[in-house]
Design a protein around this ligand. Structure first.
Ligand SMILES: *Cc1c(COP(=O)(O)O)cnc(C)c1O
Length: 432
């Protein structure tokens, strides 16, 4: 299996190169040349398979040439050693709780997979591998947790100063060791731009072995399709066609779902649910793709004004607006609606949402309001509510307990380096 660049100007490459480079030399994102079809028997047996079994069947066709079964199988068992339950929330609506991993966000799945795969693929490298990753809050800690203490790998996290929650900041900055946290005077888009410049810089790439762990990396995308299959495996008898609502920022999570559908997963529709950064819903309505500077919202991990995976969506839909609209609906919601959804679902059903999951939930509600009942809606609950404690407490008007899994970060000392929003500052640091 080879991976092609969405920009079409650099040649297709094998897995190792796609994963180590992150971004193609022409600035495009890698996608598999063929999307394998899973056999009917796989779908018939879905309900009896474990999550690692499903992941193995899904990942194998992409990785078979470079990762032997005896490596892939235990790797998946390690990555997926936490539960991902599907929880009934109300009539026709389920929450897929993706936040039970070590840093309490769905990004643990992709980051843990990527860390192990990258360590395996570079096992014969003599140079240190330097991973540059921009984060709006959750990616950075998931990547840090995945790579912390891995010999031969150093991670640089770029996060926007003052734009992550206090707990997220602790989760980003208290690692030490092979993890360096850089606090950038700028927005997430600035951080992402700096990371892209580093990966594209000729001199840097001659001197250092650089990689990225953002959702632009194909090694994060592949595992993000596993749990769409797993959600269906847990639905014994879906009460109608399945609709997934995905709270989205850079659209990596949603792209994982589209890949699952292309592999044969029966999904009626995907909902691209966003906050005020509604670039993709706007595109679906108007046919105009207009990136804008991001605005800050309560669901900060989705504050993205130029979603990098749009390039993959466009490639998968052959740049045809009509094809986008056949499979995708888009809705955006305000902070006030987000707060209200958190409060209402808690009061009515005793189910606690985080601000991102709340937007996914609202996406389903809106779809139901337009289409009527008769389908089975699943929203992706992408973070533990306690990760956004301040927002959730304000919405509920009551205090929230912090689980032990997150509380230990609060005890540790922060050790971030301040950085101006200038590529040269980052470059100098990476050259050393
Ligand atoms: C990153 C993140 C998102 C957005 O995911 P994308 O793949 O960037 O669309 C949603 N919710 C949470 C909690 C996140 O951390």
């Amino acid at each position: 299996m080879k991976f092609y660049s969405t920009n079409g100007q650099s040649p297709p490459v094998p897995l190792r190169q796609a994963v180590v480079q992150g971004l193609a030399p022409d600035g495009g994102l890698y996608l598999p040349e063929q999307i394998p079809q899973l056999p009917p028997a796989f779908f018939r047996q879905l309900g009896t398979q474990s999550l690692p079994d499903i992941a193995y069947a899904v990942a194998r066709p992409f990785l078979a040439e470079e990762v032997p079964p005896e490596v892939l199988r235990p790797l998946l068992e390690e990555v997926l050693d936490f539960p991902i339950p599907l929880v009934a929330v109300e009539e026709g609506i389920y929450s897929l709780e993706l936040y039970r991993g070590p840093t309490a966000a769905f990004k643990d799945v992709g980051a843990r997979f990527m860390a192990r795969l990258l360590a395996y693929l570079t096992r014969n490298e003599s140079r240190e591998l330097r991973i540059v990753v921009a984060t709006s809050g959750d990616t950075g800690s998931a990547v840090a947790a995945g790579f912390f203490g891995v010999p031969g790998i150093r991670v640089y996290l770029l996060y926007p100063k003052g734009k992550v929650s206090p707990l997220q900041q602790k989760q980003l900055t208290t690692w030490g060791g092979n993890i360096t946290a850089l606090e950038v005077e700028g927005t997430f888009d600035d951080c992402q731009q700096l990371a892209k410049l580093a990966l594209a810089d000729r001199e840097l790439n001659q001197r250092q072995l650089l990689s990225s762990a953002n959702s632009i990396n194909i090694a994060r995308l592949i595992p993000q399709s596993f749990y769409y299959f797993w959600a269906l495996a847990q639905l014994q008898q879906p009460a109608g066609p399945v609709v997934f609502s995905v709270p989205s920022g850079n659209f990596g999570n949603l792209t994982g779902g589209l890949m699952a559908a292309a592999m044969g997963l029966p999904v009626q529709r995907f909902i691209a649910a966003t906050n005020a950064n509604d670039i993709v819903p706007h595109y679906l309505r108007s046919g105009q793709y207009q990136p804008r500077p991001s605005v800050a919202t309560l669901s900060n991990a989705m504050d993205v004004g130029n979603p990098s995976n749009y390039a993959r969506l466009a490639a998968l839909y052959q740049h045809q607006h009509a094809r986008f609209c056949q499979q995708l609906s888009g809705y955006s919601f305000s902070d006030a609606e987000t707060r209200q959804a958190i409060r209402r679902l808690w009061e009515d059903r005793g189910y606690l949402l985080d601000p991102h999951g709340a937007i996914g939930y609202l996406g389903l509600k809106q779809y139901q309001a337009e289409q009527g009942p008769g389908h089975c809606g699943i929203f992706l609950e992408t973070a533990h509510p306690a990760k956004f404690r301040e927002v959730v407490e304000a919405a509920l008007d009551q205090p929230l307990a912090i689980p032990a899994q997150l509380a230990h970060y609060l005890q540790k000392a922060e050790q971030q380096l301040p950085m101006r929003n200038e590529f040269d500052s980052l470059k100098q640091l990476l050259l050393v």
